[in-house]
Design a protein. Sequence first.
Lengths: 548, 303
Amino acid sequence: MQEVPTGMTEPVLAVRNLTVRLPRGADRENAIEGISFDIGPREIVCIVGESGSGKSVTAQAVIGLLPKRDLVVTNGETLLQGEDTTKATIHRLRELRGTRMGMIFQEPMTALNPVQRVGQQIAEVLEIHTDLSAAEQRQRVLEIMTAVQLPDPHQMIDAYPHQLSGGQRQRIMIATALILDPALLIADEPTTALDVTTQAQILRLIKEMQTRRNTGVMFITHDFGVVSEIADRVVVMQHGRVVEQGTRDEVLTRPREAYTKMLVAAVPSLVPPNRVAVVGEVALEAKGLSKTYGGRTFFNRNARVVKAAQNVNFKIRRGETLGIVGESGSGKTTVARCVARLIEPSDGSILIDGLDVAHLPERDLRRHRRNIQIVFQDPYRSLNPRRTVGQSIVEGPMNFGMSRDDALAKARELMGLVGLAPDALDRYPHQFSGGQRQRICIARALAMSPTLLIADEAVSALDVSVQAQVLELLDDIRKKFQLAVLFITHDLRVAAQICDRIAVMKNGVVVEEGSTVDVFRHPQHDYTKALFDAAPGRMFGVKQSIVA
Amino acid sequence: MVSIDAATPVRRRRSVWSTVLRNPSVIFGGSIALVMLVVAILAPFLGTRDPAEINPSARNQKPGYVAMVRDDEGKRVPVAYRLGSDSLGRDIYSRVIYGARVSLIVGVTVAVISVFIGLIIGMIAGYVRWLDGIIMRFMDGLMAIPEILLAIALVSLSRAGLPAVIIAIVIPQVPRVVRLVRSVVLSIREEPYVESAITVGTPIPTLLFRHVLPNTTAPLIVQGTFICASAILVEAILSFLGIGIPPEVPTWGNIMAEGRTYFRILPHNILYPGIALALAVLAINMLGDGLRDTLDPRFAKRF
């Protein structure tokens, strides 16, 4: 295969001065404004930006999927091999999609039709764009399924989407997008919904397929780890504008613009800082904690039993952060919910101040609830939309007999502590951004003066820059109040930075536990090693911390 | 230390009611229902006579008939039967106007009572896990019996009258409300803000009233409207079958039942109360549709 230096040939996609207008009443006039960039053949261009930066709108404009009426291209062009797709007719666009540009989406679950065999869904592209016979189509489908490394294509071609794992579904999507060898592949956060180990495989696959087929890839992501793993060039977007673009190394190691510098600096490093082991009294101890779902019911005597957590043991000292890391379904959230007693554990004990709260009935439990507080993942659902922030914060202290005035005074003080203006108390949650709401949730938890704070993926829904601020806040309050923190996360970078000790969970069992530095430097268990190997952009963080 | 952020107002929510009052179904259905309400309240002042007054000399008259009646001083005065008279010489116009009172009372009372009872039972079923199965199987049992059949059976257990009719219509409606409330409670109790309230030690009754109940208002207003329309219809059916409210009380069902015998010669006996009934049910259902579309798009497909 001949080596084509990137940037020297005709670009497959040239976006020129593209502007897309937002409907009236939105927070800004244009979704994207005057955007220009090129994607060459065999080149992966990552479009990075925080939520609302306009990266998905750019992709939709290129492929002609902008919601009609709401978003209108008012200026500029998107030249796909010289042909402007923004001016193409619907008919022409339909021809182009599949043959010259393909797209894969974030959610492989909903992007496939659940009642159609996956083989048929891939073959549909051939049916629309080619004159191949049914037998030839099947042959082509089998070839591409082999190419995307699906196991046993002869069997899988007749499977339904629900019989496949998330990673396999995403491979089907890639196969569908690439079967006609399009010049351009648009991937909109294709690995965000996947676990790290699966993500690593999919990234490797995209890179491999793209090199072999000379495809130009427009890869949209918010994850700098992913960028450092696969990008040739990077386009950084903010508020609908391109802030900076350049080669991967330029942007990641020598960013020119302040915004890019801030973004890159906000990405937590995978190298944990050295921490002094916390010695102090044990705030909470879990012994043999287990949670089993299902089992015999009246109607179903041999129902499937799911062991969500099995024999989990840990201690958290005052002023210490224990991280529980694991992929989806590993049981980490189950453990958090058991400890917070939102569900009753099937077995084991939870000792807090010497008292076992694992099996207390609700009536006796209420008195002890103030000791354990929790901050949830989704900042948009964690606050009652009908109640003011102040009402939400004073609810807890007032349940424990504090007067409204005292509770409000405390709430005002806490607002300052979490970095919000005191007048925020009179506002409603919808007036705040995600990061601000998460701070409000932290204030609500602190109002109870808890011994243990559980953060259940508390920063996972936030943009990196906001994430960094919330993490800093969590660390501040841990020191200030000598809080014990149970930090649940799937994000190894976050865990490396904030946790004193780490427990790695898989299939409901803790496979490894130790100080963060030990676990990251010398992982013992095979699964832990696999997990760390899969973390995207390992070198990225390392280089950074050396530079810093 | 973290910096102090001023709260940025994201977007002011437009008042729900301004959206509701702009919906054409709400405007149309609502105004007809409102006119009916005014007519029912002002019934004595709309040129009506005592709806139970019998006039043997003016039986079975067509609309527009004018009878000469002696007044208290013995003078003969003309009395118009605008919509004709029935087989006892009662004025159909007055009876239809007064009939609106009974229909609306039944409709609104049934809606309020069944929503109230359903709300309480539904919250218990949705929140107290072990009672859920028992309550819901009982409700399923009630729902399995056709609404009208159950109402007929219930009303025949006691002496006919307004309270008996109302109770008989309420009971078949309750399970529908219970199902709705339970489904709302089940989805809301999983919300992180409810779980947060649990972890800050909010007692269950407070939790239900403060965090769960407000979420049921929109779907319940919608459901209540549909129940109101359905109750008016069921009341008319019971009266028509002669097992509802006593026949001397003017209700649309009673007027129709009375006029059934001579339907082919004197269709107005059935026609006018029929029109009133159809209009009332249509108006209230349209109001309900409009409310559902504006208040609660999420529940639009649930009914």
